[in-house]
Design a protein around this ligand. Structure first.
Ligand SMILES: *[C@@H]1O[C@H](CO)[C@@H](O)[C@H](O)[C@H]1NC(C)=O
Length: 369
């Protein structure tokens, strides 16, 4: 123990060697304790880092082509009594004119898969021109004016792009109009396959978990681009009341609110009902399988009908300019979404071939005013 003592070379001035030795021992003990603690801390850090590095990715990030089975059990689905057509609705919402052609295309995509539910278009009369409404409703959506639902706290803390988006919650008032099951599709979605099975769900609310390209990855929160819900005015009133006082991060507007409201009660639907382009960027193998089954594709990262790379939708892309717009945006995200953008373009071309007269009439009427 003497070797640790800085006094080891000193000659003692007094002869109480025993107490001097004792003092040196205490000192050495302290040094050994500190060294030991440093060692334990280094060891634990090394252990924790190794453990983190070895942590398995989520089954979605670790996606493998394993499950070839269709999503639905066909026999069971066929045994269900289909809901009355008049009680089901596919709903979309328009807050700005720049989404009109998207909604026309969405309507045609519903035709292609023999969707039979009533099509409703929520719009804010004070924000939407007659021309845009004419275009958006050319392929079967019935205009349904709604009053704007203001974000709580006067929009403080809400993303500027989503200030009107709470109006979507008017969905829950549709129970009064006799609808028992509603699917809300955001205007930036396109239908690839029939999804009537959603109307037979016994639950009150369902949506697909959200996906981010960055660190948030495959999220627990759902994305409200596709919502299945059983409308109920009692629920609507409850929402309106609680929205004012609820504590939540309201940046993502209605989506944040619904995530907080339904929290543990939402049915998380399969990704096929909201095939978000972000999945392709994050996990291409998963997208490959998803594309073969997707009912609804959600153009989140690149919106083919909008001009701006940030999808602000501030300028309107005219019908004649859509094809050029899509080709101009094809290179975004390293050209990752070429196939999906061409799918949208193909469906837009079909829409225009089938409804061109009606669509051109919308433009003509606008010119006459
Ligand atoms: C839609 O209905 C038509 C006529 O019944 C049928 O020929 C076609 O295959 C159906 N399309 C889909 C996608 O189910």
């Amino acid at each position: 123990m003497w070797i640790f003592s800085r006094y080891k070379d000193y000659a003692p001035l007094w002869t109480d060697v025993a107490s001097l030795k004792q003092a040196n021992r205490v000192h050495a003990f302290r040094i050994v304790t500190v060294l030991l603690l440093i060692f334990i801390s280094l060891w634990y850090n090394g252990y924790a880092i190794a453990k983190l590095a070895k942590k398995w990715p989520t089954p979605l990030d670790n996606y493998q082509h394993l499950n070839p089975n269709p999503l639905l059990n066909h026999d069971f689905y066929q045994s269900l009594k289909p809901p009355a057509l008049s009680e089901t609705a596919v709903l979309t919402s328009m807050y700005t004119d720049s989404y009109a052609t998207a909604i026309a295309t969405l309507g045609h995509s519903l035709d292609r898969v023999n969707s039979t539910a009533t099509r409703l278009l929520f719009y804010l009369p004070e924000h939407i021109s007659a021309e845009a409404l004419c275009i958006a409703t050319a392929t079967g959506f019935v205009p349904h004016p709604v009053s704007r639902i203001s974000p709580p706290r006067n929009g403080d803390g809400t993303n500027k792009r989503f200030l009107d988006a709470y109006s979507k919650l008017n969905l829950w008032t549709l129970g009064d109009a006799g609808y028992t099951a509603v699917v809300h599709l955001d205007a930036d979605t396109l239908v690839l396959r029939n999804f009537d099975e959603l109307f037979t769900l016994p639950y009150r609310f369902g949506a697909v978990p959200d996906v981010y390209v960055g660190t948030h990855g495959f999220a627990l929160e759902f994305n409200t681009g596709v919502i299945y819900a059983r409308p109920d005015t009692v629920v609507f009133r409850d929402m309106m009341e609680k929205m004012q006082t609820l504590s939540y991060d309201g940046l993502q507007a209605d989506q944040a609110f619904l995530n907080q409201y339904y929290a543990a009660a939402a049915v998380r639907l399969p990704y096929a009902y909201n095939a978000n382009l972000a999945i392709k960027k994050r996990q291409p193998a998963m997208w490959e399988d998803l594309w073969k089954r997707a009912r609804i594709v959600h153009y989140t990262l690149v919106k083919p009908f909008l001009a701006e790379a940030d999808n602000s939708g501030e300028t309107i892309v005219p019908m004649e300019g859509l094809e050029a717009n899509i080709h101009a945006r094809m290179g975004e995200f390293d050209g990752a979404f070429k196939q999906e953008l061409l799918e949208w373009l193909g469906q837009w071309k079909e829409t225009y071939a089938k409804y061109g007269d009606k669509l051109r009439e919308c433009e003509r009427k606008a010119d006459d005013i």
